[in-house]
Design a protein around this ligand. Structure first.
Ligand code: SF4
Ligand code: SF4
Length: 313
């Protein structure tokens, strides 16, 4: 283990590496309502959200994606090339908006992955010679958290089961792999353009808008998918999000994960040709206007730069 090399998320690369835990590692921890620090962790909440977190919370709150994103999240940069992420919005003091001082978490059954894991940290890693992400864990020990002093030992695997993270990890796995691939892909992967970043955000978090996008005529003219797939994407949120992972591979890494219509490339070339032609014509018109102005100034004098000057004797 010690001489194996990993590509790790960049925020860990420069810091002291935490002790890595596996699913079989034992931790000592217990969190419960009667503990003296109850809710302290939620009063300084820094919760990054993954797609399944958003789906569970927006369903729980009966909101559409737009409403949820607007009311309950703030944007941040997930990765150095500007890949966009979101965090849970807090109040001005940093407390989670879902925290009730008396009752605790008001969305407990649908709380995000990060909340479920705490104080265990999830580290998605990839060996240098592998394309598959592996899960490792770390233990976060913060002074305010008294759960580490409780008399209970359990393995990370048991803790994950107890906290219900398996379902979340299973659903988000492909998305974590996308981020990891982007981070550790090196210069060959390249910096995504603005349009790719917007598509990434939409497919990751704004599911209603993504649904409209994939059901649009334009999308259907470009991609070659059976009607049955479109029906499923229309009705099933989980299928839509997983389809989004496929789509993001295409957008970020140019992997042909979704078959294109046979004439899609030709049509795109034609459309681009039309755009280039329009741009070239606009550029020629601009230069002609400049040239005309320069000629007028040359023949009528520099002080004359309005159309009416042409009328003087
Ligand atoms: S979602 Fe719940 S558990 Fe997570 S920070 Fe907010 S109140 Fe705490
Ligand atoms: S024991 Fe830790 S996780 Fe539980 S309420 Fe206290 S600070 Fe939060």
């Amino acid at each position: 283990m010690s001489d194996e090399k990993f590509d790790i998320p960049e925020e860990l690369a420069s810091a002291t590496l935490p002790t890595l835990l596996t699913a079989e590692s034992t931790i000592r921890f217990r969190c419960h309502k009667g503990i003296s620090c109850f809710n302290d962790c939620c009063r300084a909440a820094d919760i990054t959200l993954a797609p399944y977190d958003v789906l569970r919370l927006q369903r729980r709150l009966g909101m559409n994606s737009e409403q949820f994103l607007k009311n309950h999240t703030v944007p941040f940069q997930l990765e150095r090339d500007g890949v966009p992420g979101i965090k849970l919005r807090t109040d001005n003091e940093g407390a989670c908006l879902f925290l009730d001082p008396e009752k605790g978490c008001t969305v407990y059954e649908d709380r995000p992955t990060v909340c479920r894991y705490y104080p265990v940290g999830l580290l998605a890693m990839r060996r240098k010679d592998s394309s598959v992400a592996e899960q490792q864990y770390s233990l976060v020990v913060e002074e305010h958290c008294k759960g580490h002093e409780e008399d209970r030992e359990l393995t990370v695997a048991e803790y994950r089961k107890e906290q219900g993270v398996e379902e979340y990890d299973e659903f988000n796995r492909e998305w974590y792999e996308l981020i990891l691939k982007k981070r550790s892909g090196g210069p060959g992967v390249g910096k995504p353009n603005e349009m790719s970043l917007q598509l990434f955000f939409m497919a990751s978090f704004n599911f209603d808008m993504f649904r409209k996008f994939v059901l649009s005529d334009n999308f259907k003219r470009t991609y070659d998918l059976p009607q049955q797939t479109y029906d499923e994407l229309e009705q099933n949120d989980e299928a839509l999000i997983k389809f989004g992972y496929r789509f993001m591979r295409q957008v970020l890494f140019a992997e042909m994960t979704i078959p294109e219509q046979k004439d899609a490339w030709d049509r795109r070339v034609q459309e681009r040709k039309a755009v280039w032609q329009a741009r070239a014509e606009a550029e020629i018109a601009r230069r002609n206007a400049e040239m005309e102005k320069a000629m007028r100034e040359e023949t009528l004098g520099e002080e004359c730069n309005t159309d009416s000057c042409g009328d003087r004797d």
